[in-house]
Design a protein around this ligand. Structure first.
Ligand code: NIG
Ligand code: FE
Length: 412
């Protein structure tokens, strides 16, 4: 049965062509005013202006009056660590008291703290808590998501996390992409023997991951004190032999050379980019690798924001994502990410919305299914409360302006 949505105040990000946006294209956000959309089998079949004597008569069916709502494609959150066992608000207080992210990591906190908790948790416990978070995010408008492992750091626990993500994929109505991040930190016992842990990743984790089809991508935290550019390259090359494309954590805390390494590896994305120099920007701009900016992590860690304007001016392609994790971004709210991108990184509302939808979709290779209002794509739609303009969305930060969310043509 077809569904016709009528009386849409603004239908946002309507595209006939699906392409990765960069430079001036990023601020072009096509909108139809006073629109309708027709949906069948969860897919967008048609759309247009209300006054264009719609194809509506062909659709015998279910009419939904949007009552002046603005409709956007759901957010595509291309970088999260949604599976974790415990929150870390104690470290949050440590930071208020003056400890740095690196100091907390050095005393066994941070990622290693989360790994301890994941080790002690059962697969079912991890699944249940992640499932709850996922549903919360869907109600906040997220309609496709990438989820990483990386809080296991042993063969058993990394596989446990990836199996949880696989179960989420099986049950979730939204598309989930899975990323293997065994190289998130060196476990305490490998602090002085990096090579041994890297061998564990390459020889013991990757073959099982490939055999059980547990991941789509491979990630490494390329950072001073974590994995060097050379180690990153070695691990990603091993992953590539199993068909896992790299999506790496780069240039968060230091000029780690992660961006250049990612570009050299043909990474789908290099993520974070708080710490960039001209060489890193030049490298990114002359590539198809997407720079994924995570402003809520910079906010939470009180760091400088990634230089979004400079990246856009230099022809880099950028996406924005939540980085939802217990250590550096304990929120997966993409509405906040969009607001913060405008407020703190000076992205235009149109640029931020494109970066959180179509470019985010590209950053996890779901652009044929999600990220815009396009015939043939999924009817994953955000219905807003009445808003006076599109800019009002990021402007009115912290207010929940989402009225309803539709996934595969059904309200959740
Ligand atoms: O993306 N930067 C590395 N990893 C996570 C944070 C990990 C943590 O502190 O738990 C991030 O910010
Ligand atoms: Fe991250």
């Amino acid at each position: 049965m077809k569904t016709v949505i009528t009386n849409i105040h603004k239908l946002v990000n309507v595209r006939t062509e699906t392409k990765l946006l960069r430079a001036n294209d990023l601020k072009e956000l096509p909108i139809i005013e006073n629109a309708y959309v027709i949906i069948g089998d969860g897919i967008i079949l048609d759309y247009g202006e209300m006054n264009s004597t719609i194809n509506i008569q062909h659709a015998t069916s279910n009419i939904i009056d949007a009552n002046g709502a603005t409709i956007l494609p759901c957010w595509c959150d291309s970088h999260t660590h949604l599976v974790f066992a415990a929150t870390r608000e104690d470290e949050f207080v440590d930071k208020i008291n003056g400890l740095s992210y690196a100091e907390i990591a050095a005393k066994g906190g941070g990622i290693l703290n989360s790994a301890k908790k994941v080790n002690d948790a059962t697969e079912d416990e991890l699944f249940d808590s992640a499932w709850k978070r996922l549903n919360e995010l869907m109600h906040l408008g997220t309609g496709a998501i990438e989820i990483k492992s990386g809080y296991g750091l042993t063969v058993e626990s990394e596989l446990k996390m990836l199996r949880v993500i696989k179960r989420l994929k099986g049950k979730s109505p939204i598309i989930i992409k899975s990323t293997f991040l065994g190289a998130h930190a060196f476990p305490q016992e490998y602090k002085t023997d990096h090579q041994a842990y890297i061998q564990l990743i390459i020889e013991k984790m990757l073959p099982v991951i490939a055999k059980e089809k547990l991941a789509d991508y491979i990630d490494v935290f390329c950072e001073d004190g974590f994995f060097s550019a050379q180690e990153t390259e070695m691990i990603c090359n091993a992953g590539k032999l199993y068909g896992l494309k790299p999506k790496i954590h780069a240039n968060q805390l230091n000029l780690s050379h992660g961006v250049q390494t990612g570009v050299k590896l043909g990474a789908l994305s290099v993520d974070h980019l708080e710490t960039m120099d001209d060489d890193a920007i030049l490298s990114l701009s002359s590539s198809n690798t997407i720079g994924t900016l995570l402003p809520t992590a910079a906010y939470f860690l009180r760091m400088n924001y990634p230089p979004a304007r400079k990246l856009i001016e230099n022809n880099c392609t950028i996406a924005i994502a939540s980085d939802y994790n217990p250590g550096s971004s304990p929120s997966g709210n993409m509405n906040t990410v969009v607001s913060m991108s405008c407020i703190q990184m000076k992205m235009l509302p149109e640029e931020a919305i494109n970066a959180a939808t179509i470019n985010g979709a590209f950053a996890m290779e779901v652009e044929e299914e999600c990220g815009s209002i396009t015939v043939g794509k999924k009817a994953n739609l955000i219905f807003t409360k009445p808003i006076p303009s599109l800019a009002y969305l990021p402007y009115s930060f912290g207010n929940n302006l989402i009225d309803k969310v539709m996934i595969d043509g059904e309200f959740i």
